[in-house]
Write a protein that binds this ligand. Structure first.
Ligand code: FES
Length: 120
């Protein structure tokens, strides 16, 4: 069952913008890339930093704490931390890479609607 809920006005987000909202107790990240809108958990899967404080590079959100990168289209990990070489291996052993949870977004009459319990 899908349950889209109103979270913000589309006009609240400029192109390339990020915004934090709360819906049903979930901290969500909203992002706009051109005419597309995305929703995901606002907490980084690495160590919980707020991704809404990060930056957006196309559809990739970059975590402000350690630089992990996630694709907002599907949540896949683009890069796990800024580490490389042996440090990256250790980082992956300590905290194995996990995707970012994303949610469907619809735009209805200029409002952004997010379903935080999408069918699997
Ligand atoms: S908390 Fe986001 S990369 Fe570490």
């Amino acid at each position: 069952m899908t349950r889209f809920a109103d979270v913000a006005a589309g006009a609240d987000l400029s192109d390339g913008g990020l915004k934090a909202v709360t819906l049903e107790g979930k901290e969500l990240l909203l992002a706009r890339v051109g005419d597309e809108y995305f929703a995901a958990d606002d907490r980084c899967p690495h160590m919980g930093a707020r991704l809404s404080g990060g930056t957006l590079e196309g559809t990739i959100v970059v975590c402000p704490r350690h630089g992990s990168r996630f694709d907002l289209r599907d949540g896949r990990v683009d890069r796990w931390t800024e580490s490389s070489g042996p440090l990256l291996s250790i980082a992956k052993m300590v905290r194995p890479p996990r995707p970012l949870r994303t949610y469907p977004v619809q735009v209805r009459e200029g409002r952004l609607m997010v379903d935080v319990e999408p069918d699997v």
